[in-house]
Design a protein around this ligand. Sequence first.
Ligand code: PEP
Ligand code: MG
Length: 318
Amino acid sequence: RRAQAAEARALPARTRDGHSVSIGANINLADQAAFAIAQGAEGVGLMRTEFLFLERGETPSEEDQYQAYKAMADALQGRPLVIRALDIGGDKQVAHLELPREENPFLGVRGARLLLRRPELLVPQIRALYRAGRDGAPISVMFPMITSAAELLALRETCERIREELQAPKLPLGIMIEVPSAALLAADLAQHADFFSIGTNDLTQYTLAIDRQNPVLAPEADSLHPAVLRLIGLTVQGAHMHGRWVGVCGGLAGDPHGAALLAGLGVDELSMTPRDIPAVKERLRAAELPALQALARQALAAPDAAAVRALADGGEGA
Ligand code: PEP
Ligand code: MG
């Protein structure tokens, strides 16, 4: 039975009528790669790099970062690897960076906003990424908390300058869609981004105006809220209009109901905690795409998250 389960995990997330969704893992350390692959991951859809800054008392050097990215790429043995540039601020504070105190850190200088203001953080990280790419690893770089095309273009410019200095090959440059403005502007942003990955944790927080860490409001911070789903739908449309792929790397991707809806909305890739992969694959392999699309259409028209959950429960065979 155990061998059977392992075999099932290795199968693709392909619906009964042949529609495939790529499955990635959200992991940060190379020594988690073997477990992720055993759970059925086809690559890494989100490597958060904050841990490099959080786990030690100082900023990691370019060389330290290069080693960490290379180790992950090596552990993946040619599988795709999406590495996210530093997303400090908000819930991720780093004492030794001595960032100014803010009244509302979630609405403050975090993610891309911080990278654009602190080249001494951005430049070594981008250099380390291109050095790892120069070794031939299939690395994509992703920027967090993008709210406008201007931010993305400024970051692309820095990347291109560093790439030329290092004479490294191009790497796909993508962005997180995790702020409502980015979802609403997806069709515009897709002209300048090579791919999108939707961060449903922050997208839910910013759409519903619910602090993602507030325990009192946790039951209401449901990513299946139709307002969040509509923003995801817009993002997929905008990406596909320009031939870009779009993934989801927030928590919704690892919820079988969420995964079914996201596939129905046209999402191309789902990236999640390795432990969540088998149930998501099972759900998608039991489904047919037209039924998932019908479920998604109904969900977009639902009044609230509870109604969406009820639909997804009822449409178990979808
Ligand atoms: C998200 O916001 O959904 C996401 C994947 O990023 P993080 O949880 O690291 O903010
Ligand atoms: Mg986020």
